[in-house]
Write a protein that binds this ligand. Sequence first.
Ligand SMILES: Cc1ncc(COP(=O)(O)OP(=O)(O)O)c(N)n1
Ligand code: TZP
Ligand code: MG
Length: 209
Amino acid sequence: MDNKQLAVYFIAGTPNCPKSIEQTLEEAIKGGITMFQFREKGKGALVGEAKKETALRLQLICREAGIPFIVNDDIELAIEIGADGVHIGQEDKAASIVRDKIKGGIVGVSVHTMEEFEEAIKDGADYVGTGPIYATVTKSDTRPVAGTSLIRRMKERYPEFPVVGIGGITLETAGAVMEAGADGVSIITAISMADDPAEAAAYLKKEMQ
Ligand SMILES: Cc1ncc(COP(=O)(O)OP(=O)(O)O)c(N)n1
Ligand SMILES: Cc1ncsc1CCOP(=O)(O)O
Ligand SMILES: [Mg+2]
C-alpha cells in the first residue's frame, strides 16, 4: 500500500459520533482524511442488519471520495460487503488466517512490541497500528500507554513498513507522532467529537505534510 494513505486515518463507529456517523464522515472527508475504519464498538453499538446497512452507507461515501474503507474486527462483514480491508488486533483472529481470507485487500494489525511487529510483517500485514501512544478514554481494554519510542525503533529497523500511531492523539500531539517516524495518525475523538470535524481533519492533514 501507499504509506501516504495512512496520513490521517479516521476511525469511528456510531457511539463515537454526536452527529450522525454519515455526516461526521462526510465532514472529515471534506477536511482531507486519507483512510477510514468502521469500528462499531461500545455502548449502544449497532449489530446485525443495522450494522451492515450503516457499513454499506459509509462504504459508499468512502468510495465516492476515493478513500479506503476498512472494517474493524468483523472479517465476515468485510468480506460480505467487499470492504477495502480489515483491521485486527492481537486478541482477534490470527493475522496469517485473515491475510488468506482477505486476499488482495488491506490487512492492518495492532502491535505493541517489536516481536509482535515482526510477526505481523511475516504474517503479511500491509500496515500496523501501535498504541496507545497517549492516554485514551475511548478504549478501556488497552495496553499501558506507550509514548512514541516504539514507533521510533520500528521505523529505524523497517523504515519502509507503514506504521500508524493510535490512542489519545490530538491536534496538539499529532506532530510528535510524525516526528517519531510514523506514516500517519489514527484518530477517533479528536475528529469525531470536534465541533468541526472538517476543520480538525484539515489541521491534521497540514501537520502530516
Ligand atoms: C489503526 C488501528 N490501530 C490499532 C487499533 C486497535 O485494534 P485492537 O487492538 O484490535 O482494538 P479494537 O479497535 O478492536 O478495540 C485499531 N482499531 N486501528
Ligand atoms: C482503538 C484504540 N486502540 C488503541 S487506543 C484506541 C482508541 C483511540 O481512540 P482516541 O483517538 O479517541 O483516543
Ligand atoms: Mg480488534
